[in-house]
Design a binder for this molecule. Structure first.
Ligand SMILES: [Zn+2]
Length: 291
């Protein structure tokens, strides 16, 4: 490992599952030089959540996983909680769109409360499905998204947005949605950003880039804030669907080893951007473990 001493190495978006590799994946991340994970919740059960209790169970699982990761691997994991926007598709089919929207709003309120109680650091993933949906569902998706942005403003936290790939106009539209409810656009993170061009628009929405080798090289010199992520899914049925959890520390090591330099740029995604968007820095102990 050739990472600079004192540099946190942060994956800004991943998932872990109690049915998947779980803490062992975090141990691999740690072995590669990783120190901090933003751990987004996901549905851990066989069906879409249809009650608030099911969401509470889901969020509690994420928080517990984050604690286990810290205790057993030394990696600090920050929970990011929200009902997944795509849940609205399945829940609308089962409950009807109005009841599905009510449930979704209540789950967003719950996530906001957990952020205010400091059990989580952000709301996520919120937003819109990345595929075509019936217009009736699309209407409730928009209402739910607006509610999510409002809860983020009230809870004074960032939101992590799931959506299809965005054009520059799409980034501006997101900024506008946030401003409409009084949320600062620089607290809105577009997760799974896959090209630099799309994010170089004004609007101050923060891209979280998929840590593909070519993309990391391309974004490294650019002005922050921006993040790197794998969107690791920890799903044994979908190996290789996204990047492996060891990817961000491997990319960081390669940059630190590169005689052409760039090492000092790693402070942009791993320290400065976290501080700008979240308001605090990922801290390390003298031994380099996450605090
Ligand atoms: Zn995700």
């Amino acid at each position: 490992m050739t990472l600079p001493k004192g540099l946190p190495v942060v994956d800004h978006h991943c998932h872990l599952s109690p049915h998947g590799e779980g803490v062992r994946a975090a141990a691999r991340f740690r072995a590669a030089g990783g120190t901090h994970l933003f751990l987004a919740t996901q549905n851990y059960e066989a069906t879409v959540p249809l009650t608030l209790e099911a969401y509470e169970r889901q969020f509690a699982t994420t928080v517990k996983l984050a604690e286990q990761v810290h205790e057993e691997s030394g990696v600090r994991a920050y929970p990011v909680l929200a009902p997944y926007p795509i849940d609205l598709v399945g829940a609308s089919a089962k409950l009807g769109a109005p009841a599905a929207l009510d449930l979704h709003r209540s789950a967003l309120d719950l996530a906001g409360r957990w952020v205010r109680e400091r059990k989580a650091v952000a709301l996520g993933e919120v937003g819109r499905p990345h595929f075509e949906i019936p217009s009736e569902v699309a209407a409730v998706v928009e209402q739910a998204f607006r509610h999510a942005l409002r809860v983020a403003r009230e809870s004074d936290c960032p939101v992590v947005v799931h959506s299809a790939d965005l054009t520059p106009a799409g980034f501006l539209e997101l900024a506008e949605r946030a401003r409409e409810v009084g949320l600062r656009p620089d607290r809105v993170v577009k997760h799974y950003t896959r090209s630099l061009a799309s994010a170089e628009a004004p609007g101050h929405v923060v891209p979280s880039y998929l840590a593909r080798r070519d993309l990391v090289r391309e974004v490294l010199p650019t002005h922050g804030p921006w993040f790197l992520e794998t969107d690791f899914l920890d799903d044994p049925k979908r190996p290789g669907a996204v990047l492996d959890l060891a990817t961000v520390p491997r990319r960081a090591s390669a940059i630190a080893r590169d005689p052409a330099g760039g090492e000092e740029r790693l402070y942009v995604p791993f320290v400065e951007s976290v501080e700008k968007v979240y308001g605090w820095r990922p801290e390390l102990s003298d031994e380099g473990a996450a605090l």
